[in-house]
Design a protein around this ligand. Structure first.
Ligand code: FAD
Length: 482
């Protein structure tokens, strides 16, 4: 791939036969409606009904007498048992559809389900975090001060655009165990830690070392963590970053753009950074590293102490024997799937429920790849679906999963399948420079990636827009602290 000419000048470029705006940073709203049975109250007027004329006092008296006659007759003539109004039955016999995990994909799944489920079913989103964590901004907010509180967005508006918002809830808890028809929580919800379900969607993703993801569940603790981290970055002169994925590469660029006098070394175990992508992305990142002065060590693995590196001066030893002295080590290595709670679900297929690396095996319908559990789905980063691990494809998976849940509810087969698209990413390369990059689509015969180099980023990564898209109206800067 010849990127030389295009990279000399930072600007938009198109490679390959098909260009498409990837727009990964914007999570897609998935609000298409399939089936919706609204709660009907006996008194609510039907839409488009003709207004009745106002009754005169004479006709009012006649109506009262008629009503009395009807009531008397009603006491004398036996009637068949009255059916309860629909909404009473629904409230008393609500069935649960549980989503585990309230990040990009779990939230998309919960919203989509709330849009399409009949009013006989409620959505319970189980998540231990007090707020939605906007992970895309974590690398930036670990370095640049004063925006960190905006990375944590209240869940208050999650269901506000749904047909029956009050039916559904966010349950603040962690799932400890999954059984065929119930989950066990680490704290009670409505007086019990056991929560029954008809359908289950697992969207528990993966965890990254901090600051890629937070150790704490509460917003104030996570905000303090970022503030402390920013101070460590500011005072460290020599910084070593372990891992050449999105978190490591973005942090390396940001640190040197904000603090050009620091010494930043990024150690990557493979030969290229961003190794899940076409090598063209490595070339783009490397070019930017050279501009900023990031030292890149590839094909070398660091020895990580059992309890990780302390946030203080230390020496990093590489497997090659080389050592690097650092005032701060940022660990931005691999993602671990959150699937421990599935050990209580017995597999009936010989390959088991999880892959050797701990991801959930699924069919293209996103149902567990174990015929015994057609009512359990997994989606997003935690699922071994063949899809690229990103929020955007996870949003499309939410639509597939919800359609299949509705099909099963209606006694049909789950036939909707995911479409796997080539990996794509929107990554920052400093405060304003960024790239949108998509791997070639082999199914379309493409051999070259498509990418666009941009210089339109902002220091706070347009975080206000993220709050808006998550439906949270902010009336003043103080409300970002809520
Ligand atoms: C720096 C960075 C930038 C990125 N940029 C983009 C981008 O531009 N576009 C894009 O599409 N993707 C991007 N990604 C990838 C994207 O963040 C992930 O693909 C996405 O977070 C996956 O979402 P998820 O909901 O599947 O899982 P996760 O985001 O990993 O969330 C899992 C959730 O499950 C919860 N959970 C875990 N265990 C339990 C349990 N036992 N009980 C209850 N809840 C539990 C966790 O608390 C968490 O909230 C980026 C990632 C990073 C790190």
């Amino acid at each position: 791939m010849d990127l030389g000419r295009t990279l000399r000048k930072w600007g938009g470029v198109r490679i390959g036969p098909k260009a498409e705006v990837v727009g990964c940073e914007r999570e897609r709203e998935t609000s298409r409606r399939l089936v919706h049975i609204p709660i009907r109250t006996p008194t609510s007027p039907s839409r488009g009904s003709v207004p009745m004329p106002r009754p005169s006092s004479h006709s009012l008296a006649t109506a009262c007498i008629s009503l009395l006659v009807i009531l008397l007759a009603a006491r004398l003539i036996p009637h068949p048992p009255q059916r309860e109004p629909d909404n009473v039955n629904m409230v008393t016999a609500l069935k649960n559809v549980i989503v585990i995990g309230g990040s990009y994909v779990g939230c998309a799944a919960a919203k989509e389900l709330a849009n399409v489920l009949p009013a006989t079913h409620r959505v319970l989103l189980v998540e231990p975090h007090s707020h939605f964590h906007h992970l895309f901004a974590f690398p930036r907010f670990a370095i640049v001060p004063s925006h960190e509180h905006k990375a944590f967005i209240p869940y208050t508006s999650l269901f506000s655009a749904s047909p029956n918002p009050s039916l559904h809830s966010v349950v603040r808890a962690s799932v400890l165990e999954v059984h065929p028809s119930r989950v066990v929580l680490d704290r009670p919800f409505s007086g019990s830690t056991s929560l029954e379900y008809d359908y289950l969607a697992i969207a528990t993703g993966t965890r990254l070392p901090s600051p890629g993801s937070m150790q704490d569940e509460d917003k104030p603790l996570s905000v303090s963590y970022f503030q402390e981290y920013q101070k460590k970055v500011k005072t460290a002169r020599r910084i070593v970053i372990l891992g050449g994925g999105a978190v490591g590469c973005q942090m390396a660029c940001d640190i040197l753009e904000v603090y050009p006098d620091k010494e930043v070394t990024l150690v990557q175990s493979r030969e290229k950074v961003m190794s899940r992508f076409h090598e063209g992305l490595h070339e783009i990142v490397k070019k930017r590293f050279d501009e900023l002065g990031v030292k890149l060590v590839t094909g070398s693995r660091a020895v990580i102490p059992p309890n990780g590196f302390p946030l203080e001066p230390t020496t990093v030893t590489l497997a090659s024997g080389q050592s690097i002295t650092a005032d701060l080590v940022i660990t931005a290595t691999g993602q671990t799937p959150n699937t421990a709670f599935l050990s209580t679900l017995s597999p009936t297929s010989p390959s088991g429920i999880l892959t050797p690396s701990g991801f959930v095996r699924v069919f293209p319908t996103l149902q567990l790849a174990d015929g015994a559990y057609p009512h359990i789905f997994a989606l997003g980063d935690v699922a071994d679906s063949g899809a690229h691990k990103a929020a955007r494809p996870g949003g499309a998976q939410a639509v597939v999963m919800a359609k299949n849940v509705v099909a099963l509810l209606e006694g049909k087969q789950a036939e909707e399948k995911i479409v796997v698209s080539p990996p794509a990413i929107h990554m920052s390369l400093g405060l304003t420079k960024n790239t949108v990059f998509r791997n070639p689509d082999a199914a379309q015969g493409e051999t070259e990636p498509w990418f666009k180099l941009k210089d339109d980023g902002t220091e706070n990564m347009n975080i206000e827009g993220v709050w808006e898209r998550r439906g949270v109206k902010v009336n003043g800067p103080q409300e970002y602290h809520l």
